[in-house]
Write a protein that binds this ligand. Structure first.
Ligand SMILES: NC(=O)c1ccc[n+]([C@@H]2O[C@H](COP(=O)([O-])OP(=O)(O)OC[C@H]3O[C@@H](n4cnc5c(N)ncnc54)[C@H](O)[C@@H]3O)[C@@H](O)[C@H]2O)c1
Length: 334
């Protein structure tokens, strides 16, 4: 029995994500919460002939509490998406308070649930969730995840495209590490399950790295003011949620990159910090999942000089983004 909850369920990501969760037999109960439209979204999804019982709540009458009661996994795509011209800082100013409020609800009502943060900027919103959980004395680093799966999904798709065979896309795996915005996104293309052609170097390599790091901009630009990635993000969010649920159900050997607090596996976290040469509190690394969440933070392993440079370039931004999230919660009265 798994109760999955989506906070921000009526949004561009929230609706298709809720559909994918409802479509899965891994979910037996689906709780939907938003400040608008959730009764409608829930009624609509509830007619689909799959096992999950669906309920939707709005803020009045303790709606958040009702949604979160009994939750095993909570996915958060609530907040404002990026529009052309908007910086990550602009986004942070709006989304930080939304995420903090929702994290307070989870820490109070479902402190043992797995929390999957989609709301951007993930490098700062995950530290907000963690600080809120610490304030409530319920922090368990094994259970809080920043969802970076879209970077992994994009890397797989773009590599398959370069290999000239889209049929390969579902099988291509490329670890993407670091963080979840711009230069903090570090694809380890040398570890791709399907190697790139040997002459794929220089400008071609740089262009692919840039496309993975700034793939979100392609979508923001194409949507021309109507938001950022929603459908591919819903797919990526559901894929990661299914991995967490399968591991909770006892399936072994599930590994996926995610932005986590490095004490989730103290020994693995320390080893990773040595590898990257920086004392960061958070990093997106391939993590092995188990019934309690993170079992192991895997090392980056053998990486090229070009990838080492990308990691070096990621660290300053990552460190700043993490501190921004922590500082926000320290100042807040929630
Ligand atoms: N992690 C990623 O890879 C990734 C990718 C794309 C977008 N995002 C982020 O996901 C978030 C959502 O994007 P979207 O396109 O779905 O936006 P959207 O505006 O379409 O939907 C957001 C939803 O959140 C709801 N909401 C706002 N405040 C809320 C609150 N306090 N409680 C509950 N719900 C609330 C809104 O009513 C809306 O329905 C944004 O922060 C966006 O930047 C993350």
């Amino acid at each position: 029995m798994v109760k999955a909850v989506v906070l921000g369920a009526a949004g561009g990501i929230g609706q298709p994500l809720s559909l994918l969760l409802k479509n899965s037999h891994l979910v037996t109960e689906l709780g939907l919460y938003d400040i608008v439209n959730t009764p409608g979204v829930a009624a609509d999804l509830s007619h689909i002939a799959t096992p999950a019982k669906v309920e939707g709540y709005l803020p009045p009458d303790d709606g958040l509490k009702k949604t979160l009661t009994g939750a095993d996994i909570v996915v958060i795509p609530a907040g404002v998406p990026r529009k052309p011209g908007m910086t990550r800082d602009d986004l942070f100013k709006i989304n930080a308070g939304i995420v903090e409020g929702l994290a307070t609800g989870i820490a109070t009502v479902a402190p043992k649930a797995f929390v999957l943060v989609i709301s951007n900027p993930v490098n700062s919103t995950v530290p907000i969730v963690v600080e809120v959980f610490k304030k409530h004395g319920v922090f368990n680093p094994k259970r809080i995840f920043g969802v970076t799966t879209l970077d992994v999904v994009r890397a797989s798709t773009f590599v398959a495209e370069i290999l000239g065979d889209f049929k390969k896309a579902p099988d291509v795996t490329v670890p993407v590490v670091g963080g979840h915005s711009g230069v903090t996104i570090v694809p380890l293309l040398s570890q791709s399950s399907h190697p790139l052609p040997s002459d794929f170097t220089g400008d071609k390599y740089d262009a692919l790295v840039h496309r993975i790091q700034f793939g979100g901009d392609e979508v923001v630009k194409a949507k021309d003011g109507a938001g950022s990635a929603t459908l591919s993000m819903a797919y990526a969010g559901a894929e990661f949620a299914f991995k967490v649920i399968k591991a909770k159900n006892g399936e072994k050997g599930i590994i996926a990159p995610s932005f986590v607090h490095l004490t989730a596996d103290a020994a693995g976290g320390e080893a990773l910090k040595k590898e990257i040469g920086a004392d960061l509190e958070y990093f997106s690394a391939p993590v092995e999942l188990g019934p309690e969440g993170v079992v192991k933070i895997n090392p980056l392993g053998k990486i090229t000089d070009a990838e080492k440079k990308l990691i070096e370039a990621a660290v300053p931004d990552l460190s700043k983004n993490i501190q921004t999230g922590i500082a926000f919660t320290k100042k807040s009265n929630l």
